[in-house]
Design a protein around this ligand. Structure first.
Ligand SMILES: Cc1cc2nc3c(=O)[nH]c(=O)nc-3n(C[C@H](O)[C@H](O)[C@H](O)COP(=O)(O)OP(=O)(O)OC[C@H]3O[C@@H](n4cnc5c(N)ncnc54)[C@H](O)[C@@H]3O)c2cc1C
Length: 429
């Protein structure tokens, strides 16, 4: 069935390639020096260790992601508590607790003071219903109530899931996440992270799998233009020369939205983006956390700049979502402020004491981490099909029904494969 050329070697492009490799000849053109795009690991000379560009959390509900990991043999590279627990720390009140969801669909956890959000009133959970039924124009803030369930759980969950503040974030996108996770019961909500880095989980095993099918991966190969004629793509230009398409050949464009818009003028794409800041700290010792923080390997924070602290042996990695609001902060001031929050949150749950002074650290700002998940931007997302029969789109910014996530990126790659007429585990409706 011809040769499929995949432009972009992020998770959307890799997902399409994995699906296509047993069915067709595949070539990936990746502009950067490695595949992985916004989910990648690299060796950091300041910290003298390999770190991820950003902490990525998966939930067990991310079915297509787990399928991808099973196909590539990488499920074992994940770590997690194996149960739906989420330790939290409230910086305003100095209170730590652990959300312990019931495994099944019946939410027994709501009736257990040691499992639910401290201070919440039971009637507050009706907010979940409101979010799941939200219309396309509603924002998260319009659906929320005052109360500890919102302040200590829903608001921070919304900011992390959408990477957008609650005042402008889309309630419908959040509602979709709730339907797929919380509403399905605790076993859909078990948290997972990459044990030894994102590349070891999502990239290296995928490339090994592709090699078995003789798929080609061309790194450092940027695509600069596409040529269309008579309703189809006929060629495209790469930094290594022009690729002429045969009648049976097709292309999946799996690049970020602004690049897709340049290559396909007139394409309607999201135009507003949110950043994510990740702060990484190297400790002079391996950190051992006690209780639920030790079990989970992370803790969520309420009331500060940091949202999540992930513990990786002697490295602490912190995520700050919807970080456009901190654009004016210098890297050093953010690193110091976050370190104060870390010491406050962790000192009572670790063996030993963290140093008072900020240790060796590194701050990474991903300026266009995700599209801004607002109702307006959500309407600008195109589907996988294009006006050209042999060209499909993929990327977390296409119309997946999900916010910018690994699951969305992987789903989008599968949708593009289906649109081109190949077998695929996901067919867009
Ligand atoms: C800091 C951070 C934290 C995140 N946390 C989470 C999380 O906890 N959970 C979660 O599910 N998701 C998270 N995400 C989102 C997730 O990383 C993305 O949704 C996903 O990686 C997007 O994949 P993609 O393939 O759609 O796009 P990209 O990763 O952007 O891939 C596009 C690829 O195209 C290449 N390219 C660009 N231009 C060209 C060109 N002209 N020619 C050839 N190649 C080109 C790029 O180099 C890139 O490799 C996070 C993202 C960031 C940045």
């Amino acid at each position: 069935m011809g040769h499929v050329h995949i432009i972009g070697g992020g998770l959307a492009g890799l997902s399409a390639a994995i699906e296509l490799a047993p069915q067709a000849q595949v070539t990936i053109y990746e502009a950067g020096p490695a595949c992985g795009g916004r989910a990648r690991s690299f060796y950091d000379r300041v910290l003298e260790t390999t770190i991820d560009n950003g902490n990525h959390m998966l939930l067990s509900a991310n079915a297509l992601t787990f399928r991808y990991l099973d196909l590539t043999g990488a499920r074992g590279t994940l770590k997690g508590p194996g149960k739906p627990i989420f330790p939290w720390y409230d910086l305003d009140d100095g209170l730590g607790w652990c959300l312990r969801l019931s495994k099944g669909k019946i939410p027994f956890w709501l009736f257990n003071r040691r499992a639910r959000v401290p201070g919440m009133a039971l009637k507050e959970v009706f907010v979940l219903n409101r979010l799941m039924k939200a219309g396309p124009d509603q924002t998260v803030a319009e659906c929320l109530d005052d109360g500890e369930f919102t302040r200590r759980l829903l608001a921070p969950f919304a900011i992390s899931a959408l990477n957008t503040d609650i005042e402008s974030g889309s309630a419908a996108l959040l509602g979709t996440i709730i339907k797929k996770t919380l509403a399905q019961g605790g076993m859909a909500c078990c948290p997972w992270t990459a044990k030894n880095g994102l590349s070891e989980t999502f990239v290296t095993p995928a490339l090994t799998y592709l090699e078995k099918f003789h798929a080609r991966v061309l790194l450092g190969t940027r695509v600069s233009s596409l040529k269309t004629e008579g309703g189809r793509l006929v060629s495209f230009m790469t930094s290594d020369g022009e690729i002429i398409l045969e009648a049976e050949d097709s292309v999946i464009l799996a690049v970020p939205a602004p690049v897709a818009e340049t290559l396909l003028p007139g394409l309607k794409v999201p135009t507003a983006f949110e950043s994510i800041v990740n702060a990484h700290y190297r400790l002079p010792f391996t950190l051992k956390a006690k209780g639920s923080v030790g079990e989970a390997g992370f803790v969520g924070l309420v009331g500060g700049m940091a949202e999540w602290i992930f513990i990786h042996d002697n490295v602490l990695s912190v995520t700050v979502s919807a970080a456009n609001r901190y654009a004016d902060y210098s890297n050093d001031s953010m690193l110091d402020l976050i370190w104060e929050e870390i010491t406050q949150a962790l000192n009572t749950v670790i063996e030993g004491v963290l140093p008072l002074a900020t240790p060796a650290s590194r701050l990474i700002r991903e300026k266009r981490a995700t599209f801004a998940a607002t109702p307006e931007q959500n309407r600008r997302r195109p589907g996988a099909a294009t006006a050209y029969g042999n060209l499909a789109l993929a990327g977390d910014w296409t119309d997946t029904g999900l916010p910018s996530t690994i699951e969305g990126a992987i789903q989008s790659g599968l949708a593009a494969v289906s649109v081109l007429g190949f077998r695929s585990a996901f067919k867009p409706s």
